[in-house]
Write a protein that binds this ligand. Sequence first.
Ligand code: ADP
Ligand code: MG
Length: 712
Amino acid sequence: MNTLEKSDNFERMSTNLQTPIDYLKGVGPNRAELLRSELGIHTYQDLINLFPNRYLDRTKYYKIKDLQRNSAEIQIVGKITGFKEVAQKRGKRLVGTFEDDTGRMELVWFRGQKWIRDSIKINTPYVIFGKINWFNGVFSLPHPDLELLNEHEQNLRSSMQAIYPSTEKLSNKGITNRVMTKIMQSLFIETKGRFEETLSENLISELKLLSKSEALFNIHFPKNQELLARSEFRLKFEELFYIQLQLILKNLIHKSKIKGFPFESVGKYFNTFYNDHLPFDLTNAQKRVLKEIRKDLGSNAQMNRLLQGDVGSGKTIVAFMSMIMALDNGFQACLMAPTEILSVQHYQGLHELCNKLNISISLLTGSSTTLERRKIHESLENGNLQILIGTHALLEDKVKFKNLGLAIIDEQHRFGVAQRSKLWKKNTSPPHILVMTATPIPRTLAMSVYGDLDISIIDELPPGRQAIKTVHRYDKNRLKVLRFIRDEIDKGRQVYIVYPLIQESEKLDYKDLMDGYESIVREFPMPTYQISIVHGKMKPADKDYEMQRFVKGETQIMVATTVIEVGVNVPNASVMIIESAERFGLSQLHQLRGRVGRGAEQSYCILMTGHKLSQDSKVRLETMTRTSDGFEIAEVDLRLRGPGDIMGTQQSGILNLKIANIIKDKDILQSARFYAKRILNADPSLALNENKIILYTYRQLSKYKNIWNYIS
Ligand code: ADP
Ligand code: MG
C-alpha cells in the first residue's frame, strides 16, 4: 500500500483546472458568485464536470400557430416588431411583440429593460429560445434566449444543444442556458480543449473508449449522436470506476491492516450439530453462504460481511452455525438484535439448539436484573459463557468478553455505524463481524454502498413455504374484509392490523390509530375477542407486555403501528391488514408482510386504501400484489425513490454521482467494478507503470473531494 499512502511526488503540466471560476473569460465576480452558490461551481474543473441534463434538437423550429399550452422549451424564428411598457404592482415590465409568418406572441422582460431596448434590432430575424407561458390569452416567453438568425446559423456547430442544470435564481439573474453555453465555450478556448487523460492506456484500448478530451468535448458540444453516446459511456465508466476502486481499496487496506483471528479448525460443535442436530436440510443458498463465511473466518483477515436475505430466508441458522465455528476454535460469540422481543425469540430458539450441544448461552437485555447481569458479566470474563444474545445492552462498557471471536448484528439497518464499531472494541483485536439484514437493497446499489463489506446473499426460501396471498382492497369493501378476519379468527388464527404513523402528521395518525382501534373493538367485542394494541408512544415495558400477550396467543388481534415491523415471529398469525397502505413505502410494506406466512397455514396480506391513488402508490400496490421477491421489490423501490432514500445510502458517495445513474447504468457499474478488481488484484498498490495514470487520478480525486478522503 506504500505508493498509495505517500503524498504526491509528481505534478503534471496543463492548464490548472483548479483555477477559480472568476478568472474565466465571460464570468467575472458576480456570475462567479452565482455559479458558486447555485451550482457549487468553484473551479474550472467543477465547470467542466457540469454535465448537461439533456440535449435539444436545435434544428427544429416551432411556428407560433403550433404552440401548445404545454410545450416545454421551444425555439422559433421571427422578428420583434415593437415594444411597449406595461405598469405593474412594482415597477413595469417590457413587452416585445414577436411575430413569425403564422402569428404573434409576446416576449417579456422584468429586468434589464433599457439594455434590451438599446441592443435589440427591430424587424430583424432572431431565433428565440425558452419556456413559454400562456398568459391573458397569448403565449409569452419571459427573458428569452435571443440570437440573431445569421449568428445562430454560424454558431450552429451541432444540431444538439446541451441544456445545463439551472436554478430559478440563475435564470432570473440572466445566466440563461445560452450564457452557460458561452461560458463553457470560453473554457474550451482557454484550455484549447486539451484535458489530462484520467484512465490508463490499457483500459482505453481494451474498452475502446474515447480519450478524455474527446469525451469532454462531445458531452458539451456533441458532433453527433454516436459520439455523444460514446462520451457518456466513457465518462460514466470513469466515474463508477473510481468509486469502485476506492471501495475495493478500502476493503483491501482493511484486510491487510487488521488482523483477524483465524478459526483454523472445523470442530466438534460444528460437526456434531451438522450431522446430528440440524433440524432441516439447509437450502443451497444457506450452504453457499456458510462456505463464504467459513472461508473468511479461516483466513488471517478480520471478516466484515453483510448477509442479505429476505424475511424468512433462514438467516438465523446461518448465524448460529457461524457462532459455533467460533466456539470450536475456543472463542466466544455474540448476537445483537434491535429489540427485546427479537432477542428473546433468538434466545429461545438458540437455547434449544445449545442444550443439545452442551453450549452455555445467556440473554442480556434492558430488563435483565442486576443479579442476572452480574452473573453474565462474570461468566463472560472468565470464559464460562460461550454465547451471549441481547439488545444494545451488549454494547455497554461493563460487558467484557474473555475472548470474543465473532459478533453478529441482526437487522443491521436498525443500528448505526457507531454501534458496529463499538463491537469492534470488544476484544484486543476486532472480532469477526457479520451483519444481517432483511431489507434487501439491489445488488448494484449494495455494490456501491457497502462495497467495503463483503456481501453474501441468501436468495432462496426454504422449501414448502406457502406464498402469502396479497390483495388490494378499497375502503368501501371493509365489511367483506371484516368478515374475512372473523372467519380466520374462528379458525384459530391471529391477525395484525397496521396503521401508518409518520412523524410529521403524528397527531392525525395517532387519532386514526385510536379511531381504528375503537372500531375494531366494537366489531370484535370482548370477551369473545381479545385485542392488543402497540404503538410508539407506549412505554417499552407496556409494549412488550402487549406484544407478549399476542405472541402467547392470548389476544387474537394486534392493532399496531409499524413498531412491529422488525423480525417478530408469531407463526400462528396468518393475516396482515395494512391500513392506508398507499402511505407506506415499498420496503416497509414488504417488511410488514413478512410478519405473516411463518406457519403452516395459508397467509394473507390485505392492502387497504382509499380511492384516490397517486401513480407511485399504484405502482407500489401493483408490485406488492404481483411479487414477494424482496430483491425485485427493492429494485422497484429504487426506481421510484432514487437511491437517496434507501436505507444506508446517506453516507455514501453514490449520491454525488455527476453523470452515471445507479439504476440505469447497472451494466457500466458492473464492468467498472470488474476492471477495478482486476487491476487491483494484479497490482494492489498501483505501483506499475501502466497504472500510473490511475494512481495519479485517484490521488487527485481523494485530494479534491472530501468524500474520498478516507485514505490518510
Ligand atoms: P430470517 O432470515 O427472516 O431471519 P429465520 O432465520 O427466522 O428467517 O427463519 C425463518 C424460519 O424458517 C424459521 O422458522 C426457521 O427455522 C426456518 N428455516 C430456516 N432455514 C430452513 C431450511 N433450510 N429448511 C426449512 N426451514 C428453515
Ligand atoms: Mg431474522
